[in-house]
Design a protein around this ligand. Sequence first.
Ligand code: AMP
Ligand code: MG
Length: 507
Amino acid sequence: MTAVSDPAAAPRFDAAVPLLPPARRFAALGDDYAPQTATTPLPEPSLLHFNQDLALRIGLDPQAARQAEFAQAMAGNRPWSGYPPVSSVYAGHQFGVFVPQLGDGRAHLVAELQGRDGARWELQLKGGGQTPWSRFADGRAVLRSSIREYLASEAKHALGIPTTRALSLVGSPAPVRRETIESAAVVCRAAPGFVRFGHFEFFYYQGRHDRLAPLADHVLNEHFPQFADRPDRYAAWLAEVVEGTARLMARWQAVGFCHGVMNTDNFSILGLTIDYGPYGFIDAFDAHHVCNHSDEGGRYAYDQQPMIGHWNCSRLLQACLPLLAAQPEQAVEIAQSLLDRYPPAYAEAMTRAWADKIGLRELRPEDPELINRYLGILHRGHSDFTRSFRHLSRLRTDTDGPAHGVRDEIADLAGFDAWTVDYRARLRAENSNDAERATRMNAVNPKYVLRNHLVQRAIEQARQGSHGEIDTLFRLLRRPFDEQPELERYADEPPVAERHIEVSCSS
Ligand code: AMP
Ligand code: MG
């Protein structure tokens, strides 16, 4: 007789989802790209949170999360059946300066799966111990930064923004030295792939140009199969990467998201948001907002992000020159034409996103100015970014009276009242219907975002051993556009005392 409660008889959680065939695996690229690297066990791992929806999508049995072996596996204490972990090497431009060798210094790829949804899923543990690429660091991640990554990944996904996902969050009492002693944690990230711009830069600047094509071919075959058979496949693929990056930047701008460390090693070849460190969703709007306390020069300020995305694409294209043509002059010419796709792709995505945010169905030549004026009003008065867009849906066109419900959010009232005259005229010019527009606007302007003070409270609770707030935020932010009256206070601006929480690269 087989009892379900008999742990020996219970199917291993990792038996349910097939590994990708070896030829399709990133790990199959071999040691030059990603050598096998064992994780280092962590003592007393406990599952602090688990993403059931994502598990179901991938095909993992959510019941599996209850098995002790699952926490062990998600801490890196047990390998996935049949898959030896690997860690990959990459380089990158950090704050504009080229660093020839970085790599997965604390990340292990622990599985490559064919998900139940038909998609490819790679699982990566962040914080599972040292790798050949750890340099002088400990290979660990602290609870604080792991909670930040876990929640932000899923909050971003629920906003409809391309991102790596998060499957589990495991904590351990193991001490980790940062500015103070903190405790260790491991996030299991999930994505179709984790290839970064910096993977290509590594081989290019090492002069190992013959190593570029196998990497590019893997990316093309697995992630851009629509281009794989074209004679100009590298150019077609890179055009898509450039435009995808431009669109991603527009998505970040539209929700007031600042990444904080937009180095080329933190840019995904799939156009995903990756590496959540000192990120922030802007509260009081300042176009020059810098979320990373370590970024003293403001290189990665909010209003610099689109330009940096463009520059990062130039670094990627530089590294891919040998793929584009045998003749250097010709390769440069092709690369330039690819790079030139960025500004129009960004402008188109951004203009459409702002127009959607203020509820315009059509796009007219005068609209960018109308949008910029609104942003200027928010910037001058340091109005709350999320609330001022969310509440704008309450403005009505059937009256010219004061825009109740929005004005409370605005500090520059003179500017705002003048702006509403033109805004109402513009809405009337396309026969905008107040109720219909409000529905559209509320579907693109989130009510709830992962504000720094909210995640900070969850971190402080977790340090006291209570994980309820992680779960509350996780659930809240799965539905960022829905009114959730019982959690209304999570849409508030941060209290004065919690407005200037400093986040830095320490993680
Ligand atoms: P980041 O600024 O977090 O993107 O990290 C830059 C590089 O440093 C990456 O290659 C990371 O893998 C590596 N790194 C960061 N923290 C650690 C750590 N605690 N142990 C090992 N490598 C790390
Ligand atoms: Mg990184």
